[in-house]
Design a protein around this ligand. Sequence first.
Ligand code: PLP
Length: 501
Amino acid sequence: MDAQEFRRLGYQLVDWIADYREGLERLPVMSQVQPGEVRAAFPDHPPQHGGRMDQALAALERDVLPGITHWNHPSFFAYFPSNTSYSSILGDLAASGIGAQGMSWQTSPAATEVEEVVMDWLRQMVGLSPAFTGVIHDTASTATFTALLCAREKISGFSQNEGGLQTRAMGSAHGSRGGQRGDAERAEASGRSPLSGSGGEAPLVVYASDQGHSSIEKAALLAGFGRSFLRLIPTDDDHAIRLDLLTAAIEKDLEIGLRPCALVAAVGTTGTTALDPVAAMADLAEKHGLWFHVDAALAGTAMVLPECRWMWAGVERADSLVFNPHKWMGVGFDLSAYYVRDPQHLIRVMSTNPSYLRTAQDGQVSNFRDWHIQLGRRFRALKLWFYLMDVGVEGLQTRLRRDLVNAQWFRELIDAAPGWERLAPVPLQTISIRHIQPGLDEAGLATHNLEIARRINEGGKAYLTPSMLKGRQMLRVSIGAETTERRHVEALWALLNEAAK
Ligand code: PLP
């Protein structure tokens, strides 16, 4: 493809995207295709000859689009919103057009420095102090995994970064050969303490609530803590972590000789946007020397509103925190904001330093390859920059407030309507509800509510998520697509009542 052809197809594609967005409301929100249907529209073998881009664009509309669930549809109420604004699309296009890989400052200085600028803007926007430094990660899952690796290395004195899980085996192998030092001995000599299972030290323990996102469990397992040393603490009636039980769990672990290592607070749980008590958890973390990580994947965006910041009061005492501009904000997937208090610790955990990656500027600049797991990195900062230039802080605040008002309006409807039950407070934009059909037991209610969700989702006029909350089947209504206005929430209410009949 030459530049002329790129222009021709590019303008065509931009028009196609704008038409798609303008016509979204007429499409079924959840894709209605059957498994295998999209695949069947494609040839079994790759094209031998090129020059078929016109065919590809036609197939995009004909064969691909039916297999899309439309996350930017105004009646998307499922999961959490994942908005991709027009300006963010343009930012991604610019990033792809430039095609830079910003692993090191030198490999494209602007990729690093624009990211430093916009991550600092974002920090200010959510009211965090300059004690935090930000870096873009792909997802909150990766950021939380990184946080737990940092916790593990801090508390274990970098033992996993040295011998890792192999130390015990090496220790005994060395021992059997005689004369060589075991892990504990080496640890003592180096002034560090080895991780459990690698040198006889007590196991490290991670704490979070039983409403925490599954990415915490995944991170704890991948970081080698082991399921037996992950404590998912029960929550109260508002679905926030029970401090009394958290305190008791930490104390019990200490009593039996385990080493509490990391505490994860959820600000806005996935199920119900419940708010863990951050300040009190920070106290506990401080008292017991735990790494304190805050997962505010959705709720972080709300902190652009000063009136919401009470929800994470105490966050300043976190060691690390993550939130997702790729959720409610408007910056297209994927862009997670990871903030840390001690970038040097992060770099120590994440960096390797092979000769082919060294540059003359090392030491004077940030090389973001050392701030996360992967080496290569796209110029994601562009889409955040374009987005902020487009909407401005005030524009974003206005939209977020619209969604919060719509959520409270919907909550009031539910509270007043006979037959509907609300299962959780509504601090943000997600409402957790179920329909009560008289005479049905818990299993019957589950079937009834699943049927409501099925009817609505398969009907294509709106999309919501059925989910379980402490043994009860609920329907999650998560408001916050960029184009969702009151009339869309009203239409959902009508659909819910129709489906519940
Ligand atoms: N944490 C919370 C509270 C979430 O709700 C989610 C996803 O919805 C995640 C983490 C994981 O997000 P990501 O897809 O960015 O890994």
